[in-house]
Design a protein around this ligand. Structure first.
Ligand SMILES: [Zn+2]
Length: 307
């Protein structure tokens, strides 16, 4: 008898706990504010910056998650079903979510696809037509912020004015961030402005701030790299006396380590410049878990290793 009571108590605790977990992860809530789901942390952060009081937001991809190969979990499907608005990057960044996103056109908003394509880097060999990594040029990201701000005003018309003024204030913050990035990178001698990383995420960074960028893997981590790619890059690092190369938090360190080993085997020398936040940001609640904090961290890491 005692055992039965104990068991039902356990079952009740378990049930409460699982209901609670489901409610957190999939958009079930007593909160009646509009529910926004963002795929990447960068987009989740925009909502937090300009409309956090007026909507609820969940992000599908956390720190260290690679968007190119990310697949929706059962919890994600429930969240997407309940969402009033789904923000995604687009330009085929979220390759494996594109089919499900295409089934709900009236609720989705491809934030990076709002940028004038004349400003984008073409990439026809990739699944999309343009390089999707627009957040590495702060001025392009400002355009994304403004577009998302407008879309959120449509979603919450009662608070459109507040969202508009939050967006203006945040854009000003990003404009000063862009100035700071330029000043900080000016401390890197011109011949050292070469950024070598695991995959080709930094082309917009290179275009905006005058760096040559090279990734071992292509635009998407779905692409493979071979021994030839490694040895070509090893030769480049040695011939150009590149002082440092960089890991990315959302990609296993293996590929960059093979470059370092290759350089060492040929008697060259290259340092590990550190780990960059490329396609995912830092932990939620930390400095690097915001867009501005992530940019500052990346730029200090790059400049610190190359200057
Ligand atoms: Zn990427």
């Amino acid at each position: 008898m005692k055992k039965n009571i104990y068991l039902s108590l356990l079952a009740a605790i378990f049930l409460t706990a699982s209901l609670f977990l489901t409610a957190c992860g999939s958009g079930e809530s007593d909160d009646d504010r509009p529910y926004v789901v963002a795929t990447t942390m960068m987009l989740e952060d925009i909502v937090n910056q300009v409309a956090s009081e007026f909507v609820r937001v969940d992000g599908l991809m956390g720190p260290g998650v690679d968007p190119h190969v990310y697949r929706a979990t059962p919890g994600d499907f429930r969240a997407l079903e309940r969402a009033d608005l789904i923000l995604y990057n687009g330009h085929y960044l979220e390759a494996r979510l594109s089919e499900i996103l295409a089934t709900m056109p009236e609720r989705t908003f491809a934030a990076a696809e709002q940028i004038d394509t004349a400003l984008l880097i073409e990439a026809f060999e990739f699944g999309g037509n343009y390089d999707p990594h627009v957040w590495f040029d702060v001025t392009l990201w400002i355009q994304v912020v403004e577009a998302v701000g407008n879309r959120l005003q449509d979603l919450v018309p009662d608070h459109a004015e507040e969202i508009a003024s939050n967006t203006v204030a945040y854009v000003q913050e990003l404009e000063s961030l862009d100035e700071w990035v330029r000043e900080r990178l000016n401390q890197v001698p011109e011949e050292r402005r070469v950024l070598i990383t695991a995959h080709d995420a930094f082309s917009y960074f290179g275009q905006a701030y005058g760096f040559e960028v090279m990734g071992l893997q292509g635009l998407s981590t779905q692409s493979e790299y071979g021994l030839q790619d490694v040895s070509r890059m090893v030769r480049f690092i040695i011939e150009n006396e590149i002082p440092a190369i960089f890991l990315e938090t959302s990609i296993a360190p293996r590929s960059v380590q093979s470059l370092m080993n290759g350089v060492r085997e040929r008697g060259g020398h290259v340092e590990l410049g550190g780990e960059l936040f490329s396609d995912a940001m830092g932990a939620r609640g930390s400095e690097e878990g915001t867009y501005t904090g992530m940019v500052r961290f990346n730029i200090n890491t790059i400049a610190g290793a190359l200057e």
